[in-house]
Write a protein of this length. Structure first.
Length: 283
């Protein structure tokens, strides 16, 4: 599905809030240094323009104060409930991974590997292979049996995503940094629910509850129709978004509470897999 420029006013990075405050602090510091240098080089100018000098000084002080205070408050707020935040982030990772792996399973692309970590890495590589994923999605969209299997899977995934977000969204919205993450996961859950409504409208299930939900879905008023090509494109968008959120949210979770802290807390050693994840998160 083609994505349009108009949309929610948010940045692409889950850590945009931190970058914004640090950029503001850097700009304010640069302005302060520039003012000091200017005062040494051309002190007469500032003496002749006392009002301008006062305004410039006030702006610099405000910028520094906002940047420093925001950073301190946000850092303390995150540290107070960092373990809970990491737990919720892991739940969001689980939900996103269930979505992309579930669609891969329906498409017959889910790697069969006894090593679960290796299977996850291999599956992520498949998701990022757009031509292969698109071809598999088209095969699902044009096969009645596999499409019925997809409909059941999407209904389950939509219900699970709704449960996860309903339980934890209010908690995470207390912090601007985590609100950014929740917003992107809500987009993913909304895409899945939207698709589920269209599938249940096109082929009403036996479940009366799902039938009622499908009848009330706004998707039937907005989308022109559920064609095979549209469905395939939508599956690719949802799968790749889910995998990207899985990867990005996991990296953030491993920075919220370092693996070493858990190892010291539990008296265990760092495994090779967790060491690799931590290294990637810190790079």
């Amino acid at each position: 599905m083609r994505r349009h420029d108009p949309g929610p006013r948010r940045s692409r990075s889950v850590e945009s809030y931190l970058r914004q405050t640090r950029i503001l602090a850097a700009v304010a510091l640069a302005a302060l240094i520039g003012g000091v240098v200017s005062d040494v080089v051309n002190a007469a100018f500032w003496r002749r323009h006392a009002l301008l000098a006062g305004l410039a000084a006030s702006v610099i002080v405000v910028m520094l104060s906002v940047a420093v205070i925001n950073e301190v408050i946000e850092r303390r707020r995150r540290e107070r409930w960092s373990v809970l935040a990491q737990y919720v982030l892991f739940e969001l990772v689980r939900n996103a991974r269930m979505i992309w792996s579930g669609i891969l399973e329906v498409a017959g692309l889910l790697p069969a590997d006894s090593n679960q970590a290796a299977a996850v890495d291999a599956g992520a590589q498949i998701v990022r292979d757009t031509p292969r994923l698109t071809a598999a999605a088209r095969a699902v969209a044009h096969d009645d049996d596999r499409r019925a299997h997809l409909q059941l899977e999407i209904a389950f995934l939509a219900e699970h995503a709704d449960e996860v977000l309903g339980r934890w969204a209010a908690v995470m919205l207390d912090s601007d940094v985590y609100a950014e993450v929740i917003d992107r996961h809500v987009e993913l859950a909304g895409d899945v629910a939207w698709l589920g409504g269209l599938l249940d409208t096109a082929q009403p299930p036996d479940d009366q509850r799902r039938q009622k939900r499908a009848r009330s879905s706004p998707a039937v008023q907005i989308e022109a129709g559920l064609t095979g090509e549209w469905l395939a494109d939508r599956l690719v968008v949802i799968t790749q978004l889910a995998e990207a959120l899985d990867r990005g949210t996991l990296e953030l979770a491993l920075r919220v509470v370092p693996v070493e802290w858990w190892e010291a807390r539990l008296g265990t050693t760092v495994s090779a897999g967790r060491s690799r994840l931590l290294t990637e998160a810190q790079s």
